[in-house]
Structure formats: C-alpha cells, structure tokens
Design a protein. Structure first.
Length: 120
C-alpha cells in the first residue's frame, strides 16, 4: 500500500534562529517569519528544517508535518498551539490553534500534526 502526504509549503526569510519542527509566526518583514512565542500568537505553520537568522526556511502551512512537543505533551486528537519556545502544547479557549495531534507524545517528542488554517 502506498500513500501520499502532500504539503502546502512556503519559503520565507527567517528573522531569528529556527529549529526544525518549530511553530512559526509572521515576522516584521513582509516575507519574514520568526518562532511563535505564545499561545495567542498568530501562528501560521511549522518549520520544515532548521535555519539561521537571515536564511531561507520552508514553512509547512497545511498537511501532516512533524512538530516538537513542549511541557505536558499531548494525546492523539488534541488541538495544539505554541508555547513560549515555539513548541506544540495543548490549546485552551482563546488560543490560536495550529493543528491536531496525530499521535500521543511527551515533552521533547516529535509527533505528526495535521496542520490547517489557524483557528481563533
């Protein structure tokens, strides 16, 4: 059996150091991005690879992409948002959500997440 995992990605300019699978938000420049730093940030996707500040980085906007989990981990099906370090944590009311966890994991684990349009 084979399957396809198409991703919607956009290349952007990193305005800070980016680690792979970190949640990203719009930066100050028109095509810039920076790691998300709060659950209420307007997160837009996940970094597909690490990048230095000033380099180009592919940001996955939609599809199933890996994310690194923050403190507390999650269960499959949990709605995820960003913590202060751009890591995925379980979202609560009024958070900007980035996607749905596709498996369970603990802090520091890398798990698949179904990314989609940011939910308010």
């Amino acid at each position: 059996m084979s399957y396809s995992n198409p991703l919607l990605q956009k290349e952007k300019a990193a305005e800070a150091t980016v680690t792979q699978y970190q949640i990203m938000k719009a930066g100050a420049a028109a095509e810039g991005v920076t790691p998300s730093a709060a659950a209420t940030d307007k997160s837009m996707g996940v970094a597909a690879h690490a990048a230095a500040s000033g380099a180009r980085v592919r940001v996955t906007l939609a599809g199933i992409e890996q994310v690194v989990l923050g403190v507390g981990g999650c269960a499959a099906g949990d709605l995820l948002t960003s913590d202060a370090n751009g890591k995925a944590v379980i979202g609560v009311a009024n958070d900007r959500l980035i996607g749905i966890a596709q498996s369970a994991g603990a802090a520091g684990d890398i798990i698949p997440c179904l990314l989609g349009p940011t939910l308010a």
